[in-house]
Ligand binder design. Structure first.
Ligand code: ZN
Length: 196
């Protein structure tokens, strides 16, 4: 899971598409070539075009969320800055229902909304029993009618947890005293009547 669950990292494909769009009306030339050619460096442009100096023009791009069309503007000084761009994730309830997916398990990769249609009790279990995954849980919390499923899950009898076998201090002392200075074989013989 991402360290910043509420940040969205734009993909290289999205960034390159935004750059191409921003340069649509610019005539071909070193600047356009620099920004639109993958892995092309300032040095490459200088060599190819025989330029002593070359400084790319700052690039202002607009990234658009697919889910709801929200727009984010970034100005890049160079291509290094285009390697990783982040914005807040979309918090719109409807968008998140359509885009947030189960991180693992039998419904891995399916949206929370789809799992809710198929097996709401699974989401109740996920919400109550899985650690972390706050983003998914936030979406589950917002589902219409989820409260009834959560209540049902909480009330369902569950197999009791196996009893922890921690001996009391007294028992431990008795065992240590009783069998001290005996071999494992002898202790087994005494306790179980068989070999170790
Ligand atoms: Zn959205």
């Amino acid at each position: 899971m991402s360290k910043e669950p509420y940040m969205q990292e734009w993909t290289q494909k999205e960034i390159l598409a935004a750059i191409a769009k921003a340069l649509e009306s610019e005539p071909d030339g070193p600047n356009k070539e620099y920004w639109t050619t993958p892995d092309c460096t300032v040095q490459d442009i200088k060599e190819k075009h025989g330029l002593k100096k070359f400084k790319p023009n700052p690039m202002t791009i607009t990234l658009v969320r697919e889910c709801c069309g929200a727009k984010f503007v970034h100005t890049l000084a160079n291509k290094k800055e285009a390697k990783s761009l982040k914005d807040c994730k979309c918090m719109d309830r409807e968008c998140r229902l359509r885009t947030v997916v189960m991180p693992y398990g039998k419904f891995a990769g399916l949206t929370v909304a789809l799992v809710y249609e198929q097996q709401p009790s699974y989401l109740a279990w996920f919400y109550e029993c899985v650690a972390g995954c706050e983003e998914v849980k936030a979406v589950i919390r917002g589902l219409d009618g989820i409260e009834a499923h959560l209540t049902e899950f909480r009330q369902k009898p569950r197999p009791p947890k196996p009893k922890q076998r921690t001996p009391t201090q007294q028992e431990a002392e008795w065992l240590m005293g009783k069998f001290s200075s005996q071999t494992v074989d002898a202790v087994c013989q005494e306790l179980f009547g068989g070999e170790a």
